[in-house]
Design a protein around this ligand. Structure first.
Ligand SMILES: [Zn+2]
Length: 152
């Protein structure tokens, strides 16, 4: 599944991304050297020197994670291109699934008019993006303030 491979990669790159974000939010700049090395420079003048020094030490210690992204420009670009495609295809699947859910549940309710229970089991799952109309109505009567989370 596309979603799984995307989340695996995010967790793989998360430490490196976090380090790069940390560098720039602390006014530091990462400069790549010719030999795949990395130098940390102060990007802006008005930074807390003591804080920047501490952050620089942390960055230096985690340079392998940073270089996993910054040191592989082509690989990172390819990953971005792939991620963009994954998002486009996930969005398409998402829209298709929403449409399928909506039209199939409506069809089901029209044919099986005696069934006023949940269409997927005892109840719609907690993380459901859309709940069935039975669960939606039940939740709306139980907690009216959560009306916005259910769709019909
Ligand atoms: Zn339900």
């Amino acid at each position: 599944m596309a979603f799984e491979s995307l989340s695996t990669r995010l967790s793989d790159l998360e430490p490196g991304i976090r380090m790069i974000e940390t560098a720039y939010t602390n006014g530091l700049k990462l400069v790549l050297g010719e030999y795949g090395n990395m130098t940390i420079r102060t990007g802006t003048k008005d930074i807390d020197r003591k804080q920047a020094g501490l952050v620089a030490k942390i960055l230096q210690r985690n340079s392998a994670d940073i270089l996993g992204i910054a040191g592989n420009q082509e690989k990172t670009r390819a990953l971005l291109a792939e991620t963009q495609k994954t998002l486009a295809s996930a969005y398409e699947s998402w829209n298709e699934a929403l449409d399928l859910w909506d039209r199939l549940e409506k069809s089901y309710r029209k044919i099986f008019t005696d069934d006023h229970t949940c269409v997927v089991g005892e109840t719609c799952i907690e993380k459901a993006v859309v709940s069935c109309t039975a669960c939606g109505e039940r939740r709306a009567t139980q907690c009216p303030e959560e009306n916005s989370t259910t769709t019909t």
